[in-house]
Design a protein around this ligand. Structure first.
Ligand code: G3P
Length: 190
């Protein structure tokens, strides 16, 4: 139980808010896509702050799942700890339950649980984001790729990673509606 609580609380810290505040810039939840995450920070404030956001959101996701894995929790319980991290990021205790879409934190969780799947999904994300210039589409496809890749590389984690993907997909409801209307903002110039 302790690792689940730790996962939720660490996930509840939103790197984008601290990074932007430290740089003396506005809350990314008030501008651009309104998402406190890597893509919106890139869109609003450029690559250096975006890279810091991605790195910190991925790092914060790791200690709780690493602890759960190292002490030998079964896979389903490791999955619950990972889910707690993603729920913390999505509905953060420290920030009025207004959180992000959990893509960078899912990357951190996957890096600990199934690093080969994390790297493959990240490569798919980077390729699609570069090609299509649309972060949400890259995230949606990567979220679908992750459980499929698990079936191939780490079958015991398929259900767990599928659960993470469902949460990430659910957090992109607004993006999906905008993609269907054709007015999803690109990385820049939104
Ligand atoms: O990482 C979140 C991404 O998938 C979408 O972000 O800001 O374009 O809504 P955004």
């Amino acid at each position: 139980m302790g690792w689940i609580v730790m996962g939720y609380l660490s996930g509840s810290w939103l790197a984008a808010l601290s990074v932007c505040r430290l740089a003396g810039l506005g809350d990314p939840r008030q501008h651009g896509s309104l998402n406190p995450g890597f893509s919106n920070v890139l869109r609003l404030y450029g690559p250096r702050l975006a890279a810091a956001t991605l790195l910190l959101d991925a790092l914060k996701a790791m200690p709780a799942v690493l602890g759960a894995k190292l002490i030998g929790y079964p896979v389903w319980l490791q999955g619950l700890v990972g889910l707690a991290v993603l729920l913390g990021h999505s509905f953060p205790l420290w920030h009025g339950f207004r959180g992000g879409k959990a893509v960078s934190s899912a990357f951190g969780v996957l890096l600990v649980l199934v690093p080969q799947v994390a790297l493959l999904s990240a490569a798919v994300w980077a390729l699609l984001a570069w090609w299509l210039r649309t972060a949400a589409l890259a995230s949606l496809v990567s979220a679908l790729v992750a459980p499929l890749a698990c079936g191939w590389l780490a079958p015991e984690y398929v259900m767990v990673v599928g659960g993470f993907s469902l949460l990430v997909l659910a957090r992109h409801g607004l993006n999906i509606r905008r993609l269907r209307r054709g007015d999803e903002p690109p990385f820049r110039g939104s």
